[in-house]
Ligand binder design. Structure first.
Ligand SMILES: *[C@@H]1O[C@H](CO)[C@@H](O)[C@H](O)[C@H]1NC(C)=O
Ligand SMILES: *[C@@H]1O[C@H](CO)[C@@H](O)[C@H](O)[C@H]1NC(C)=O
Length: 323
């Protein structure tokens, strides 16, 4: 009996370590309404801001990453001045401090459409009511393009800026930006592509750490899990590639090029966490680099409005991010 229960206990430990993702960190207050989150801490007073997809882009604030989070309103109450279908239902905000101004990139699109554009709003405080919409950045798409101009993400490389973007079709692209990154300065090029299946890669986020640029992306189906649940494993998960350059040469942990289908899984569905994605990385003063994302909690509900904010501290194992 003792021997058998030891065997069972050993088997259980083995099974759980095979999928050893940490549960999401603590979150209190309003943790839902969190699709495609973007997190930034205001240095003047330490207030955390969380921006998310939908309407004029929801704004929640908290005194700490763990909350309590409070809904404050939206970034652009009248929508974007970009003249495209979807301009009152903005997606995938990405916020960075550029000099002394906060830049918030967003996408205008509609589900399954390539008629899309990436826009920009700026603020010096992050507060609701302080945002100015600048409209188009120069990154736009229609059915004649290889890419879809959604899911923006800014990366600074010294004094230069690049905007990563894209979804499905040709997957992840990058555009060099002007020295003040309101507009593109050159045409865009592909940085990640999986030629198999439906090219289900989107929501990229690049993070510079330890001599590498890490390109995180979401793979799979993002949405509508309450009405049309994807086959097991086809829902969102988070993958990563890396390169010593921010502009190309990304490979996965096995050395497979990420323009040839490479990608190493960082976080996938586990326990009551389903479909984690829409991620970013934030170098938090308390926790260090954290991976944050939205996910469904299967004990709560599968609807898009039920998407919950999750985060985990990153452990760098042989130079690869794990949670
Ligand atoms: C590339 O796409 C195929 C088909 O969808 C999928 O099975 C595979 O896991 C993808 N590769 C990566 C690294 O995500
Ligand atoms: C968030 O959860 C609360 C209950 O905790 C619920 O009333 C609200 O409708 C949810 N928000 C969305 C966008 O579904």
């Amino acid at each position: 009996m003792k021997f058998i229960s030891t065997l069972i206990a050993t088997a259980l430990i083995f099974i759980s370590s095979a999928n050893a993702y940490a549960n999401p960190g603590a979150c209190s207050g309003t943790c839902n309404n969190s699709h495609d989150p973007s997190i930034i801490r205001r240095s003047s007073d330490g207030t955390y801001f969380r921006f998310s997809t939908g309407g004029g882009l929801a704004v929640h604030t908290a005194p700490a990453l763990v909350g309590p989070w409070t809904y404050k309103g939206v970034v652009l109450s009248g929508g974007s001045k970009i003249d495209l279908t979807g301009n009152t239902d903005l997606w995938a905000p990405d916020v960075h401090l550029v000099g002394s101004t906060y830049y918030l990139y967003y996408s205008v699109s509609s589900f399954g459409s390539q008629n899309s554009a990436i826009g920009l709003a700026t603020s010096t405080t992050l507060d609701v009511g302080s945002w100015t919409d600048h409209g188009a950045t120069g990154i736009a798409s229609s059915s004649s393009k290889n890419y879809n101009a959604i899911d923006p993400n800014l990366i600074a490389v010294g004094s230069a800026y690049y905007l990563n973007f894209g979804s499905f079709w040709g997957d992840i692209y990058q555009a060099p930006m002007a020295a003040t990154p309101t507009k593109t300065s050159a045409s865009s090029y592909n940085i990640a592509f999986n030629s198999s299946g439906t090219h289900a890669m989107e929501g990229s986020y690049m993070f510079n750490h330890g001599g590498y640029y890490y390109l995180f992306f979401s793979r799979g189906i993002c949405c509508g899990y309450d009405t049309d649940r994807p086959a097991k494993g086809a829902e969102y998960s988070i993958e990563v590639c890396r390169s010593s350059s921010a502009t190309g040469g990304f490979v996965d942990k096995n050395g497979v090029s990420c323009t040839s289908g490479g990608g190493t899984v960082v976080l996938a569905s586990h326990g009551t966490v389903y479909g984690p994605g829409g991620q970013g990385v934030y170098d938090d003063p308390t926790y260090g680099p954290v991976l944050y994302y939205h996910h469904v909690d299967t004990s709560i509900g599968y609807a898009d409005g039920d998407k919950i904010f999750g985060w985990n501290t990153i452990s760098w194992v042989n130079g690869w991010p794990t949670v």
